[in-house]
Design a protein around this ligand. Structure first.
Ligand SMILES: *[C@@H]1O[C@H](CO)[C@@H](O)[C@H](O)[C@H]1NC(C)=O
Ligand SMILES: *[C@@H]1O[C@H](CO)[C@@H](O)[C@H](O)[C@H]1NC(C)=O
Ligand SMILES: *[C@@H]1O[C@H](CO)[C@@H](O)[C@H](O)[C@H]1NC(C)=O
Ligand SMILES: *[C@@H]1O[C@H](CO)[C@@H](O)[C@H](O)[C@H]1NC(C)=O
Ligand SMILES: *[C@@H]1O[C@H](CO)[C@@H](O)[C@H](O)[C@H]1NC(C)=O
Length: 428
């Protein structure tokens, strides 16, 4: 499908000096299990690119649904909120104790241990009461019935890594309590997990592909990032599971950030995996993203399928980023950063620009759920030590050692990813 001129690849070795060390430390210490289970990605954004087209193409479908149950139409039409105009990336978090999450980690049966912070003993709860408020417009609250109505007869699929999985679990939990027990089901699989709402004839699915493109660390996760080899020009094995999906939400970032160089393969080599090339992270990412974009452009019919991309989910492993010199990563943080435009070392602008470039050249409109800035503020939203490692809750000794065990990549649920879905729904 994609033709990558080899010469070009080997030439483009640019300097890339970010918080790579922090990531190495994370990926080694924080264990793959934290990266492997839970949490979907984040998106942030503003359908900067062809939003009008996207909205128009999808408009018909949405209208039809509204006709079908006009009795439920009520207040959720976007009277004041216009996703084409509102920039949801600029705004602030508002603390409001009367805002309750739609679910808890006890009420929603589908949450992984990895993100069930309260169940796992997180003592503070202020992080549950923040609402994202864009400066220029009012973001509608998440409306579960409206969400189900929009999904009627459709397949929604989140594709990506454990952060995308978090977004998927958040979405399922945001709607599931509106469905009777005998009218819903959940089937978890190694690669594909499917939540089904029978009376709406819809599914909300998650497909595991941490790099989106293929690698030797997809089905069987390889703990040591140095052993991972990315097939930057191959996506077909994963993409065959994405056919006939009506709404696709992609995201991939943190898995790319394991070190300075990534081992990559493209084309076919007679010496197989031995023939890898080491590429700088943004270069490998660009080729991988391009491979994905080519698949979308050549396969997706934009009249039938909507495509979203969740922008990178920030990690908060350097407390110096928010001027807490004596902090231990994001451990013990209970309030968001309030400094406007705060941006830490866990969100790589060069990687973000790769996404902007690649999306900007696509034929099929892709709506960015641009969650990076709003999530950057939420140093208080991560699972920290109220999580698991290798399938087991952290022991008291491990909890007492946050410098090794605090997970500042994944988010508690309920929590920040619920706001990502609030934005996603407002674009849908
Ligand atoms: C706080 O949340 C409640 C319930 O959602 C809402 O009615 C109220 O307007 C909110 N207050 C502010 C200041 O946003
Ligand atoms: C359910 O949705 C699928 C598309 O996902 C459609 O093909 C099928 O006809 C629908 N079934 C009913 C009973 O509406
Ligand atoms: C999508 O719809 C438009 C307008 O109805 C039509 O011109 C176009 O050919 C369709 N595209 C595809 C790929 O079916
Ligand atoms: C974390 O917060 C608790 C409660 O406020 C405090 O007792 C503890 O000393 C803090 N730990 C660190 C390492 O800051
Ligand atoms: C997301 O928003 C930030 C501003 O907060 C912007 O710099 C970035 O380019 C946007 N990302 C994408 C993929 O549109």
């Amino acid at each position: 499908m994609i033709k990558v001129p080899r010469g070009k690849l080997s030439i483009s070795i640019t300097t890339f000096g970010i918080c790579v060390l922090a990531f190495i430390a994370l990926l080694y210490n924080e264990t793959i299990s934290s990266l492997s289970s839970s949490s979907l990605l984040k998106f942030k954004t503003c359908s900067r690119k062809t939003p009008a087209t996207a909205a128009t193409t999808f408009g018909n479908i949405v209208d039809k649904n509204i006709e079908e149950d006009s009795d439920e139409v009520e207040e959720d039409n976007k009277l004041e909120f216009d996703p084409d105009i509102c920039d949801i990336t600029d705004g602030k978090w508002i603390f409001n104790t009367s805002t309750e999450p739609f679910y808890t980690d006890s009420s929603c049966p589908y949450l992984d241990k990895q993100v069930s912070c309260i169940k796992n003993g997180r003592p503070d709860s202020d992080y549950l009461h923040w609402e994202w408020q864009p400066d220029d417009c009012t973001l509608p609250r998440f409306n579960s019935k409206q969400a189900l109505r929009k999904l009627r007869g459709k397949r929604l699929m989140f594709v990506g890594d454990s952060l995308q999985r978090g977004q998927w679990q958040s979405f399922v939990c945001l709607v599931e309590s509106f469905i009777q027990d005998d009218k819903k089901s959940m089937k978890r699989g190694a690669a594909l997990s499917v939540f089904r709402a029978k009376e709406y004839n819809c599914t909300i699915e998650f497909y595991w592909a941490p790099f989106i493109i293929q690698s030797n660390s997809d089905a069987h996760i390889i703990g040591d990032p140095k052993q991972r080899i990315l097939r930057v020009d191959s996506v077909a094995e994963h993409a065959k599971h994405w056919l006939d999906v009506d709404i696709l939400v992609f995201g991939t970032y943190v898995w790319w950030m394991s070190g300075l160089k990534l081992k990559t393969l493209w084309g076919s080599f007679s010496n197989g995996e031995e023939g890898y090339e080491e590429l700088d992270t943004p270069v490998a990412y660009r080729i991988g993203m391009k491979t994905w974009a080519n698949w979308v452009d050549s396969t997706v019919n934009p009249n039938k399928t909507r495509v979203f991309f969740t922008s990178m989910s920030p990690t908060h492993t350097r407390s110096e980023d928010w001027q807490r010199m004596d902090g231990i990563k994001c451990f013990n943080e209970t309030k968001p950063v309030t400094k406007k435009g705060h941006w830490g070392s866990g969100s790589n602008k060069q990687m973000m620009n790769v996404v902007v470039d690649v999306l900007g050249k696509m034929k099929v409109p892709v709506t960015v759920i641009n969650i990076t800035q709003l999530s950057e503020y939420r140093i208080d939203g991560h699972a920290t030590v109220y999580t698991e490692t290798g399938g087991k809750l952290l022991t008291d000794e491990q909890k007492a050692d946050p410098s090794h065990y605090a997970d500042c990549i994944h988010w508690c649920l309920p929590g920040v990813p619920d706001s990502w879905n609030q934005i996603f729904l407002s674009f849908l």
